[in-house]
Write a protein that binds this ligand. Structure first.
Ligand SMILES: [Zn+2]
Length: 500
């Protein structure tokens, strides 16, 4: 050791110490060891002037920065439960209340941590990410990755046995205990390709329909087959054909099912598909329970949506705004009356858009979009209308979604101005804010063709003329002429052409 140190001009250190910002300890990582992670998250938050940030801005900072810091740790260590809870608490607090102060969460954290199509905000639970990171370690072991850690595991833990043969022991490290716990979910993700000289373990590798044959057929049948416990798949393959022991009846249906599967040149393993590389996203997907998609996901989150409007609309679909009827029930406020002075109770249905004040704004937005007025003005009815009449790629559908999100956002903001700043604007001022936001966004992120439908909407919203794409031969003209290849109209979206 002394010679090595002299040759490399290094000193012998002692554990624990930090390497690349992570604590290196010879025992289980404690919450105290990980304190620097939570402190780093808090420090980061304190450097942002988050008082001025919107919910959408804070969400972006969580996704871009805080999750990144946390993911670096997750990919390198199994975090203690207390640390994971603390990380989520910090992020949850920052999302709903910014750097300082405490506020009630408007939507549960488990709902926030779902994909947007399932009604969440696209964040991920730390515990699920931790599992996906451990799955990555299993993948490295199975694919014989060229890492020092894998080589160490092979020497010290596997000792020539199949990974699937390792038994749980109290003396195993925390990481290895996690690894063993996740063998079943990992095996469900694996797709085995079998080579003619396969070295997969016949009884232990989940090469057959993602299950282990020793579990499926039991010890007695294995004993009857005459094939030892550590036998490889190559024992039942002869000249690239299956050759199963015929006298074991438990193996007959397996032999029949295998007869169609191809035997290739060499063994290979894939994640979710033949030859597929490991995917953290797919691994994360397999750690959680997916829920049905929400029908309104496409109304809230779409290309060209304004983030702060989308966030407000997302809260509305969850009915999560703290309207006065809700606060009154909780005993937080004395009055449940609408702040626009109409004398009625304030609720989501009332604000969007039964209240005479907001109704006058929403009716003007419908008018700008050349849409008829609804039969009922409550939120349920508006949401149903949006589901039926605003989803799709066409420009007039885009602007219906953008108009709805902008109306909800500006009406809610005006309501807050009324309550907290004692400043009241007229419906026409609120409408001007809506049209300004939508028109600016439209001209910034898209280019459309000059059709009568589009022209009428562009004129109504007073969108700049530059939104029209210069006519370039095909697709030009009026009346929705079809392109030669059957596609109808085209427009640019964030630099990419979308045909519709
Ligand atoms: Zn009202």
């Amino acid at each position: 050791m002394d010679q090595i140190c002299r040759a490399l001009s290094m000193q012998v250190g002692t554990l624990p110490f930090r390497y690349l910002g992570l604590p290196l300890v010879s025992r289980r990582l404690s919450a105290m060891d990980c304190k620097c992670l939570t402190l780093k998250l808090v420090d980061k938050i304190n450097t942002w002037t988050s008082k001025c940030l919107s919910f959408a801005g804070r969400l972006q900072l969580i996704q871009a920065t805080l999750s990144g810091i946390q993911n670096f740790w997750i990919h390198n260590a199994v975090l203690p439960k207390e640390t994971m809870q603390e990380c989520e608490k910090i992020m949850r607090g920052f999302l709903w209340a910014g750097a300082r102060g405490r506020k009630l969460s408007k939507v549960s954290w488990s709902q926030v941590c779902k994909p947007k199509v399932e009604g969440g905000l696209g964040l991920r639970r730390v515990v699920d990410c931790n599992k996906a990171a451990v799955m990555r370690l299993i993948w490295d072991i199975l694919t014989d990755s060229l890492s020092l850690w894998v080589r160490w595991c092979k020497e010290e833990i596997l000792k020539g046995r199949s990974f699937w043969q390792i038994e749980w022991k109290q003396s195993l490290s925390v990481t290895w205990k996690h690894i063993l716990k996740l063998r079943t979910p990992v095996s469900a993700n694996l797709v085995y390709s079998i080579g003619r000289n396969s070295t997969w373990s016949l009884w232990h590798d989940p090469w057959f329909q993602n299950c282990h044959l020793f579990v499926r057929i039991g010890n007695r049948a294995i004993y009857n087959s005459g094939l030892p416990r550590d036998t490889t798949l190559s024992e039942v393959i002869q000249d690239s054909r299956w050759n199963w022991p015929a006298h074991v009846w438990q193996l007959r249906d397996i032999a029949a099912a295998c007869s169609d599967s191809q035997i290739g040149q060499r063994d290979a393993i894939g994640w979710r598909r033949e030859g597929g590389a490991f995917s953290f996203k797919l691994a994360w997907e397999s750690t959680r329970l997916a829920v049905p998609l929400v029908p309104w996901g496409k109304i809230v989150w779409f290309s060209g949506a304004i983030p702060r409007h989308a966030f407000c609309l997302w809260l509305t679909f969850h009915k999560a705004h703290f309207t006065r009827d809700k606060l009154h029930r909780l005993g937080i406020v004395q009055s449940n009356l609408c702040p626009f002075g109409c004398g009625q109770q304030e609720s989501i249905d009332h604000l969007f858009f039964q209240c005479p004040f907001t109704k006058s704004i929403w009716s003007k937005v419908l008018h700008l979009n050349n849409c008829p007025f609804p039969a009922a003005w409550n939120w349920e009815n508006i949401a149903t209308w949006a589901l039926d009449h605003s989803i799709g790629n066409r420009f007039h559908l885009w602007i219906r979604r953008a108009g709805l999100a902008a109306s909800v956002y500006h009406c809610w903001r005006e309501r807050n101005n009324n309550i907290f700043r004692q400043s009241a604007a007229s419906p026409s001022v609120v409408l001007a804010r809506i049209t300004s936001d939508v028109a600016r966004k439209a001209v910034m992120c898209m280019s459309i063709i000059d059709t009568p439908t589009n022209r009428s909407i562009v004129d109504n919203w007073e969108i700049e003329e530059s939104i029209f794409r210069p006519c370039s031969g095909y697709g030009s003209g009026l009346g929705g002429a079809r392109l030669g290849n059957g596609r109808r109209w085209s427009w640019l979206w964030n630099g990419g052409i979308v045909f519709c």
